[in-house]
Design a protein around this ligand. Structure first.
Ligand SMILES: Nc1nc2c(ncn2[C@@H]2O[C@H](COP(=O)(O)OP(=O)(O)OP(=O)(O)O)[C@@H](O)[C@H]2O)c(=O)[nH]1
Ligand SMILES: [Mg+2]
Length: 241
């Protein structure tokens, strides 16, 4: 199941879903839309008529954050019996052609990250400021939260659904982007095998960024909380077994 959270992605959602579903016949997709004012949710509904039993749409009443959108997708996929999950942005920054590589690597890992910060990975079309922000967030996540992965902030990931039970126990504090850090934190703490595959992250061509000052503040709070308290993984279960 490929989980695609959307907020105002009317220009992207149709071509992205078409590309993912045609490129990877083995996957289904779930759009998690937060009542986008630009009609992304209705577009996805219409598309789901065309791709019955392959494309599903979860509608939430308002913009509730990227982190909780992923969690809603995780719960939905668990309930519907999917064994492997991919999360990706709707704006083509995450190259769909890497999904089969990630799913292949997931055979021998608990988590596969589509990574900008391993050899062969890169970001294209980013300003220097944006690069520095991303670099700083990853530096601080590794230093303050003790994370081991190189790309801790990216949302292009493949998970085993089973492992996500440990992060779905209401322990995540963030509503927004920084929930990616928390999920990675708990998986690493539980002994997850994390593999990173290089991607070229392409800056969005259409639509607008949803990153806000609020996201930056929440990220700082998360970094400080995990630095100070180093919470244990919510379940005793070790995912590495
Ligand atoms: N459902 C839902 N989706 C969201 C929310 N915020 C962002 N998204 C989606 O999450 C993905 C990432 O958001 P972006 O705005 O692309 O964030 P970004 O990639 O860091 O920023 P850009 O580089 O400017 O694109 C996109 O598919 C958004 O539509 C939200 O509150 N709810
Ligand atoms: Mg984006």
């Amino acid at each position: 199941m490929v989980i695609i959270p959307t907020y105002n992605e009317a220009e992207n959602i149709e071509p992205l879903v078409e590309r993912v579903l045609s490129l990877v016949p083995a996957v289904d997709a779930l759009v998690v839309d937060d009542n986008s004012p630009d009609g992304t949710g209705e577009l996805a509904d219409r598309l789901s008529q065309k791709y019955q039993q392959r494309l599903f749409v979860l509608h939430r009443p308002e913009k509730l954050g990227l982190g909780t959108a992923h969690q809603a997708g995780f719960s939905w996929a668990l309930e519907h019996g999917y064994g492997q999950l991919v999360t990706m942005d709707a704006d083509f920054s995450h190259p769909p052609e890497v999904i089969p590589v990630m799913l292949n690597k997931l055979q021998e890992a608990n988590l596969v990250i589509g990574s900008r910060y391993v050899r062969g990975g890169q970001s294209e079309g980013w300003t220097l400021v944006r690069k520095m922000n991303s670099w700083a967030a990853n530096f601080l996540a590794r230093r303050l939260m003790g994370l081991k992965a190189r790309d801790c902030t990216g949302a292009f990931r493949a998970y085993r659904t089973e492992d996500l039970k440990i992060v779905l126990l209401g322990k995540l504090r963030a509503r927004g982007y920084s929930a990616h850090l928390e999920v990675l934190y708990y998986l690493e703490r539980a002994g997850a095998r994390v593999v990173e595959v290089p991607i070229t992250f392409v800056n969005r061509q259409k639509g607008q960024s949803k990153i806000s000052g609020g996201e930056v503040r929440e990220t700082l709070k998360i970094l400080i909380y995990y630095f100070l308290f180093r919470p244990k993984a919510p379940a005793a279960r070790n995912v590495a077994g």
